[in-house]
Design a protein around this ligand. Sequence first.
Ligand code: F6R
Length: 242
Amino acid sequence: MQVVIKPDAAAVAKYGAAIFIQQIVTKPDSVLGLATGSTPLALYQQLIDAYRVESVSFKQVKTFNLDEYLGLAADHPQSYRYFMQQHLFNHIDIRIEHTAVPNGNAPDPLHACNDYERQITAAGGIDLQLLGLGRNGHIGFNEPSSGLQSRTRIKTLTAATIADNARFFQPNEYQPHLAITMGIGTILDARKVVLLATGSAKAAAVKAMIEGPLSASCPASALQLHQHAVIVIDEAAASELT
Ligand code: F6R
């Protein structure tokens, strides 16, 4: 696990984006794992900017997103598919058929989970996986107590995660309590992992991930097992490290 500490969130996004751009330039048909949430937004903007100045093309890139709310259709404004279209896919030259987000509206969600694993394998596995970090140490929607070898499956979101993500929903809007998420085992299979975390609200989770014991109570601590995991954090997120 390599830990990189940058002064602020903008520098974190720049550093993370450079890793992604390097990956795509080196291997134009890279398979990328992607995340939603607030943290990757600045990185996605950097990728869009790089595409606009023609320093990178996504024509051959394939992507797999980490997770999706169960029960939301792809065109629902709070769905993670919608998020990805708005914040990245609509602004670059990626082929829509090369982008995968778990199907939150599948008639048979269990089959959809297994099928997602098959799709990742058929694509040759994930070359580079982007992660954010939940305040409770989750990665994807692998909440505390998730099995460290888990695969794509349905997870119940904790009250803490539901509260954290309520900011994306209108006050009376239905907010799902279940999600499909890649498992920790799925994430660990990626050939390289880049986790971004910024702000003091993430400091305790960062400390548990990096300095805590390898434990299902902090799912991100599983990254201690990964040979090529880069943790990019700002000074506020690093503030509880010893
Ligand atoms: C999103 C995801 C989550 C987020 C995490 C942090 O696809 O998998 O694990 O990365 O909840 O979210 P933000 O970045 O909004 O703090």
